[in-house]
Design a protein around this ligand. Sequence first.
Ligand code: FNR
Length: 204
Amino acid sequence: MHGNKNHDTITIMEKIKIAAIVGSLRKDSLNRQLALIASSILSELSKESQEEIEFKILDYTDVPILNQDNEYPAPPSVKRVRDIIKSANGVWFFSPEYNHFFSGALKNLIDWLSRPISESEGHVLGGKAAAISGISPGVSGTLIAQDHLITLLSFLNMKIMNNPRLVVPNGFQQVDEGGKLKLTTSAPFLKNQAEAFIQFVKNS
Ligand code: FNR
């Protein structure tokens, strides 16, 4: 929290924390690159609006496959990701589509996050603002996977921003020769979603 002195009024601004969850673990993931572009957009937005916006991609590569035998006490990696999500004001999902579904890695992470922390504390996703985006080389652009993800997140009582969502089909048409995502035609839609999500989080 910090103060911003403007003539004789002082406004107190809270930092807006967005945790990004990328459903693909591969290093050159289009969805990870989409998240990185979203990060740049939010950083610009933060400068323009003078609001402090933090956007961090969650690293969950060390979270094990859920086995209820190992649930309590939770493994340190699970405790770490839970703490990050708990302190975030919003969660932005960047989901690939695997067989018209979201990935197993993402399902496993959400399963861990869906479990109560202890007898006295519930799970960390309930009531949390959520945005959903995705990019794929095919024509579906992750739309079908996103619909499944929404079913799951609704069940977990997340507050989902249903409009706008971002679906980017034919993703390779927006990469350069080196395979880097340039996001040409879809860039304005991502910017629009970023701005809408910050408002959504603030109103949540
Ligand atoms: C895919 N892919 C894919 N794409 C799609 O549009 N619809 C689909 O149903 C599937 N199914 C599918 C299944 C499996 C097991 C794999 C590994 C891949 C292709 C997928 O969209 C592509 O590999 C993306 O590049 C994956 O996202 P990242 O890793 O680039 O973020």
